[in-house]
Design a protein around this ligand. Structure first.
Ligand code: SAM
Length: 189
């Protein structure tokens, strides 16, 4: 990880500065970003979708991994200012497609075959997000949702749905805001 961090030193310094000086970016913590990075590599994911770009910190790490899998990151942000900030921050990567939109207005337009999904926008919307996307997931897709422990009530419908879904195995990781990892498979568990 240190080697990767050195390679992208300038951009990471920029993210650190923004995190310290700009309110309401809500970036995931570094450990969580590294976990996403590793999971994309482990899954060898190529078609990655993120809901909730903010200024692009998590997108940056997804794209750094996707650079190694020859994948593309699609990422959606509703707020114009954060969308534009992310555009600037993410210039270093050429494998990102950014969308300035409400996720719920756009999700039905994505092609099937998504093999990595990161959900990190409005928490009450998580359940609708998976509802719109589940039939577009590739077999063996990895789906991660953040803030499961920090916002247990608002994320409960999503968490319960995933935990009771026979199409996937899941586990909540008590790291930072708490991520729920789900592995979608044909195998009934
Ligand atoms: C927790 S932040 C994302 C942080 C980012 N993933 C990171 O770690 O750097 C959530 C973002 O989702 C955006 N958002 C909220 N509701 C949304 C929606 N319905 N569609 C798209 N973006 C949304 C917010 O504007 C905010 O910037």
């Amino acid at each position: 990880m240190e080697k990767i961090k050195q390679q992208y030193q300038e951009t990471l310094a920029r993210f650190a500065e923004q995190k310290a000086n700009i309110h309401r970016l809500w970036n995931i913590e570094e450990e969580s970003a590294h976990l996403l990075f590793m999971l994309v590599l482990i899954r060898q994911a190529k078609y990655i979708l993120e809901i909730g770009t903010s200024n692009g910190y998590s997108t940056f790490w997804l794209a750094a991994a996707a650079a190694q899998t020859k994948g593309t990151v699609h990422t959606i942000e509703v707020d114009e200012q954060r969308y534009k900030l992310a555009k600037e921050n993410l210039k270093i990567h050429d494998n990102i497609l950014q969308y300035h939109a409400r996720a719920e207005d756009l999700l039905m337009d994505f092609e099937p075959g998504i093999d990595f999904l990161f959900i990190d926008a409005g928490k009450p919307g998580y359940i609708d997000n998976i509802d719109l996307l589940e039939n577009k997931l590739a077999p063996g897709a990895v789906v991660i949702a953040d803030n499961i422990c920090s916002h247990p009530e608002t994320t409960a419908p999503y968490r319960n749905y995933i935990e009771n879904n026979p199409a996937c195995f899941s586990q909540v990781i008590n790291l930072n805001a708490g991520m729920q990892l789900a592995y979608f498979t044909e195998i009934q568990g």
